[in-house]
Write a protein that binds this ligand. Sequence first.
Ligand code: AP5
Ligand code: MG
Ligand code: ZN
Length: 215
Amino acid sequence: MRIILLGPPGAGKGTQAEKLVKKYKIPHISTGDIFRAALQEGTELGLRAKEYMDEGKLVPDDLVVDIVKERLEQDDTKNGYLLDGFPRTLAQAEALDESLRTSGTPLTGVINVDVEPEELLERLTGRRVCRGCGSTYHIKFNPPTVRSVCDKCGAELYQRDDDTVETVKQRLEVYRQQTAPLIDYYSGQGILFTVDGSREIEEVFREITSILDQQ
Ligand code: AP5
Ligand code: MG
Ligand code: ZN
């Protein structure tokens, strides 16, 4: 199962990814998570990525593509993987296609999680993320049992630096201009499945798995 989760910031890619990788036992590859982890470790990559992330802009294609290619060469991707937040530009999609052609491993499907822009701002500004295990919560839509504490591992929850109103607006605009064209790109390949991401988390999950189980 080789899947891409496509969708605007806040659509629920990370939330659904957590559940999907558990069900299908495949690795979750999120370029955003890779950059945040690199920053935490204080590496050159993390510091470079931060400059773009803090402004809500995309990290340059060449940097992102190399990281994903390397990641996809690791052994744990042999039985599939879930890409979350990659590709995000046509150039990234073309580079990915090229390398999948070379390895003879086509994508199973691209799940486009569709949510109206008006809803995304509230989702993102209310998001909280676990410092320990990376699980995602929402103060209103998906609150932890104890305020600011992760249900799964007990670690502290924090708010992402790029989840401020200003940066979110910029990220949504970048999505509209640079990432939304991928909907047509994958639809043209006949592998795009659009789900209504505005419903309850469990309902969205059910729809995605019923699509994937038919592939
Ligand atoms: P990244 O980390 O990928 O962020 P993003 O795409 O902006 O997406 P988010 O993680 O914000 O949203 P999500 O869809 O995962 O939503 P979530 O499930 O958390 O990228 C960050 C930055 O890194 C980019 O801006 C860029 O700078 C850089 N970057 C990353 N990849 C790159 C690439 N390929 N190329 C270049 N640059 C790249 O849910 C959001 C909130 O909503 C949560 O609080 C959740 O609890 C809640 N929620 C989820 N589902 C529902 C639901 N159904 N109903 C109600 N609430 C819900
Ligand atoms: Mg995410
Ligand atoms: Zn946790």
